[in-house]
Design a protein around this ligand. Structure first.
Ligand SMILES: *Cc1c(COP(=O)(O)O)cnc(C)c1O
Length: 400
C-alpha cells in the first residue's frame, strides 16, 4: 500500500542543510527579529537596465516563443566565443565547443550523468560548492574529497591525491575564484591541473562563476588559457554573478568537444533549450561591458575591507580575498558550525552560512557573503559582537 519508496540514489544524497537555515530564519522572523541575510550568494545590485531592455524587446518577437535550440541560441553561443576571445584570448568553435544551460548548475549536474558509471570516482574539493558533491552523488559516483587548506591559501596540492584514487577518478571539480573561501589562483595552477588530468586520464571541470568578481587589480585566468586544457577539460560559467542575473538562469560550458557533445546528449533527454528571448538578453549582456561592473566590485571591496577589519578586531585574522564576495573565517572553539549559525539567526537575526555545508574541512568555519549594503553589514556586526562576546566566542578585542 502507498507510494513506492524514493530511489536510493535520492535518499543517499549528502545532507542538505539549507532547509535548516531557512526554518531558523522563518522562526526568527516570526519572533519579530529583523533579518540581515548574509548567506546566499547574490548581492542586492539589480541586473543592468540594458539587459532588462533587451529581454523586453526580445519577448515581443514571436520567434522567441518557440522551443529554443537545445545547444543554445546560435548568436548567444557566438557571443560566448567572442567573449572568451576578448577576455581570455581563447578561441572557441561556437558550433562544437559551446553549450548553454539553464544556469551553470544544470551543466554541473549533467556532467557526471554523462561520464560516471556507478562507483566511478569523482574528486571533490573540501570545502567546496555543494553542487559538485550532489551532482556526482546523484550519478552514483564514489565521492573522494581533496582538501583545500588555509596554509596553502586554499589551493589544492594535487600530488597529495593518492595515485590509486586518481587512477580510478573520472573527473575533478575545481573552482577559482573560489566559493566559499574566496581563494584565487595564477595560471600556473591550471598548468599543474592539466598535467594531472592527462596523467590520470580524467576530466577537469573548472567552475569560473566568479572570474569577473575580483579586486585589487587581480585578473582571474581561465583554465582554457592552458594550451592543452581543451584536451581534458571544460569550463562552466554563468552570467549569474558577473551581471547580477541569478534568477535568469543563464549558464554555459565551453571546452573539449567530446565533453560538450556528451553534455548535449544528457541535455537532449533531460531538458530543452532555454527561452530564446532570455538567450538574446544574454547575448546583449556579453556584448557590452556593464558600466555597473566596476562600481559593483568597488562596493564589494569596500564591504570586504569592513568585514576583514571587524574580524581582525574580534581577533580573527583573515587575508582579504581577491575574488568572489565571500569571507570565510574560522571561529575559535566552534565544533558545530550549523548550531552556531542557527543560534546567530535566532539571537541576532544575522544569517551566515555554516562551514560544514561545504564539507568536513569546513567545520569550525562560517561564510559571510557581502551581499547587503555597507550600513546593513555594519548593523550585522553591531549585533554579532555583543552576542559573540557573551557566549565567549570572541574574547580578544582590539581597539577601534
Ligand atoms: C553561484 C555559483 C554558481 C552559479 O550558478 P548558476 O546556476 O549559474 O546560477 C556556480 N558555481 C559557483 C561556485 C557558485 O557560487
Amino acid at each position: 500500500m502507498g507510494l513506492p519508496d524514493m530511489a536510493k540514489r535520492l535518499k543517499k544524497l549528502p545532507f542538505y542543510l539549507y532547509p535548516t537555515i531557512e526554518r531558523a530564519t522563518e522562526k526568527a522572523k516570526k519572533g519579530g527579529r529583523s533579518i540581515i541575510d548574509l548567506s546566499t550568494g547574490e548581492p542586492e545590485f539589480g541586473t543592468p537596465a540594458y539587459i532588462i531592455n533587451s529581454l523586453q524587446r526580445a519577448c515581443e518577437n514571436p520567434m522567441t516563443h518557440r522551443y529554443g535550440n537545445v545547444m543554445g541560441y546560435r548568436p548567444f553561443r557566438e557571443a560566448i566565443a567572442r567573449w572568451y576571445k576578448k577576455r581570455f584570448n581563447v578561441n572557441l568553435d561556437p558550433e562544437k565547443e559551446v553549450i548553454t544551460f539553464v544556469g551553470s548548475k544544470e551543466g554541473i549536474a549533467f556532467l557526471p550523468q554523462a561520464f560516471i558509471e556507478p562507483g566511478d570516482i569523482a574528486l571533490i574539493p573540501d570545502p567546496g560548492y555543494p553542487t559538485y558533491r550532489y551532482a556526482a552523488a546523484f550519478a552514483s559516483a564514489r565521492l573522494e574529497t581533496f582538501p583545500l587548506r588555509p596554509e596553502n591559501s586554499y589551493v589544492p596540492d594535487l600530488s597529495e591525491i593518492p595515485e590509486p584514487i586518481a587512477a580510478k577518478a573520472k573527473m575533478i571539480f575545481l573552482n577559482y575564484p573560489n566559493n566559499p573561501t574566496g581563494a584565487t589562483v595564477e595560471k600556473s595552477f591550471f598548468e599543474e591541473a592539466v598535467l594531472f588530468a592527462k596523467k590520470f586520464n580524467l576530466i577537469i571541470c573548472h567552475d569560473a562563476a566568479y572570474s569577473e568578481v575580483v579586486f585589487d587589480g587581480y585578473r582571474a585566468p581561465s583554465l582554457l588559457e592552458i594550451p592543452e586544457a581543451k584536451d581534458v577539460g571544460v569550463e562552466v560559467h554563468t552570467l549569474s554573478k558577473t551581471y547580477c542575473m541569478t534568477g535568469w538562469r543563464l549558464g554555459f560550458a565551453v571546452g573539449n568537444e567530446k565533453i560538450i557533445n556528451a553534455l548535449l546528449e544528457v541535455k537532449r533527454v533531460s531538458a530543452s533549450g532555454h527561452f530564446t528571448a532570455m538567450e538574446i538578453a544574454g547575448t546583449t549582456a556579453l556584448e557590452t561591458e556593464p558600466a555597473e561592473l566596476n562600481e559593483n566590485n568597488a562596493r564589494l571591496r569596500q564591504r570586504r575591507d569592513f568585514v576583514i577589519g571587524e574580524l581582525q578586531r574580534f581577533g580573527i585574522e583573515v587575508r582579504p580575498p581577491r575574488g568572489s564576495f565571500y569571507i570565510w573565517f574560522p571561529v575559535q572553539g566552534c565544533s558545530d558550525s550549523l548550531s552556531l549559525c542557527v543560534s546567530l539567526i535566532l539571537n541576532t537575526g544575522v544569517v551566515t552560512f555554516p562551514g560544514i555545508g561545504y564539507g568536513e574541512n569546513g567545520e569550525g568555519y562560517l561564510r559571510i557573503a557581502t551581499v547587503q549594503d555597507l550600513p546593513k553589514i555594519e548593523e550585522a556586526f553591531a549585533r554579532l559582537e555583543p552576542y559573540l562576546k557573551e557566549k565567549q566566542i570572541i574574547t580578544q578585542m582590539g581597539t577601534s
